[in-house]
Design a protein around this ligand. Sequence first.
Ligand SMILES: NC(=O)c1ccc[n+]([C@@H]2O[C@H](COP(=O)([O-])OP(=O)(O)OC[C@H]3O[C@@H](n4cnc5c(N)ncnc54)[C@H](OP(=O)(O)O)[C@@H]3O)[C@@H](O)[C@H]2O)c1
Length: 206
Amino acid sequence: MVSHVPNPLDLEHAGAIPTTGLTALQGVDDALHLKDGENVIIHGASGGVGSLAIQFAKLRGARVLATASSAAGMEFVTELGADMAADGRHGDIIAAAKTFASDGIDAVLALVGGDSLERCLDTVRPGGRLAYPNGIEPEPKKRRSIDAVPYDATPGVKQFERLGRAVEAARLKVPIAGVYALADATKAHERLAAGGVLGKIVLRVR
Ligand SMILES: NC(=O)c1ccc[n+]([C@@H]2O[C@H](COP(=O)([O-])OP(=O)(O)OC[C@H]3O[C@@H](n4cnc5c(N)ncnc54)[C@H](OP(=O)(O)O)[C@@H]3O)[C@@H](O)[C@H]2O)c1
């Protein structure tokens, strides 16, 4: 499938977002239906999908509490527009969410699973929503009071056109943590495996 490079991105930045951008936008719009003024936690917001999801959630008028796994990650998500940042690995997410939204969180976009996600879900108001792309591990436990929507990013010409419009409207920042030649793909994987990558790693084919 082919798509125009959205303004104002260059090829390198556009090349970084087809999968992550669709996953972020479809999570915000199609799975969560985020609305103006809603309080959302984006959990695992410092990675490829989350760094874009913060910006799409802000585009829809939501208030964003973004979690990251380090001080550098918290600074990074704040620079991308999060209203508040919390350390989802070492910090107290429940206290942060209570400060952020005293009546409870409306929605969670989960890009990381496990105990830390369960703590995020403890802060969701009854009738709130959870969306997560298939692949996060472990999958969240079902809860009666929360409407959970697992989803897969769906590519297609129309979807890319919609992504392009959202990229332009949000003046999307595409954070690239590193660029590697295809021949150095092993090094790129090693860097990813080490953790702490803020944004996306790109392979240059030629
Ligand atoms: N089904 C689909 O269509 C689809 C499409 C795209 C992605 N996905 C899935 O979506 C998930 C996210 O993808 P991604 O590309 O955004 O991954 P990613 O780049 O690895 O992002 C995850 C981020 O979460 C951070 N993190 C880890 N533990 C955390 C914690 N306890 N609290 C707060 N932050 C934490 C990580 O930081 P550290 O590096 O410091 O740990 C990382 O920055 C993956 O599971 C992927 O498989 C599915």
